[in-house]
Design a protein around this ligand. Structure first.
Ligand SMILES: [Zn+2]
Length: 169
């Protein structure tokens, strides 16, 4: 089932998600729906707050549905190591058509639980590193516009307000 992706400034996007404590079929159905929603939106990652659920989990698939081995489910994720710097353009499904360069760590190691509650660690570089940081920010209620310079953020917010006035947001 394809879920509705909420857009900024929906308040749920700015709230830190609640930890996931039950690893049941309901959670696994939601995870599967979130992958379907990500593919339909042609994204590489989606966090629970983006479908209106204030919980700490996210799905990532850099292959956009082409390679099942690349599907990642991160539940209660945290970054346990960061190194280096990247400065690349980033987008967000909750900010349609907005792309800006964001400073991120070049490499990260994350720790998370899978959909059965099992803890694991995983390293990410380049795009995967950025994706981990972007999605884990979402479960903390942090949005990429707040990682931009104040000047860029103002320009983006102005663009959004204009689109809202024109009924395009
Ligand atoms: Zn996002």
């Amino acid at each position: 089932m394809i879920l509705k992706i909420v857009k900024y400034p929906e308040p749920v996007l700015s709230q830190p998600g609640e930890p996931v404590t039950e690893f049941n079929n309901e959670l696994r159905k939601l995870v599967s729906d979130m992958f379907e929603t990500t593919y339909a939106a042609q994204g590489v990652g989606l966090a629970a707050p983006q479908v209106g659920i204030s919980k700490r989990f996210t799905v990532i698939d850099l292959s956009m549905g082409k390679d099942p081995a690349q599907k990642l489910v991160l539940i209660n994720p945290e970054i346990i190591h960061r190194e280096g710097k990247l400065y690349e353009e980033e987008g967000c499904l909750s900010f349609p058509d907005i792309r800006e360069k964001i400073v991120r760590a070049a490499k990260v190691r994350i720790r998370a639980q899978d959909e059965h509650g099992k803890w694991f660690e995983k390293d990410g570089e380049e795009l995967l590193s950025r994706c981990f940081q972007h999605e884990i920010d979402h479960v903390d209620g942090m949005l990429f516009i707040f990682r931009m310079s104040a000047l860029k953020r103002d320009l983006v917010l102005r663009k959004i307000r204009k689109a809202q006035r024109e009924g395009k947001w």
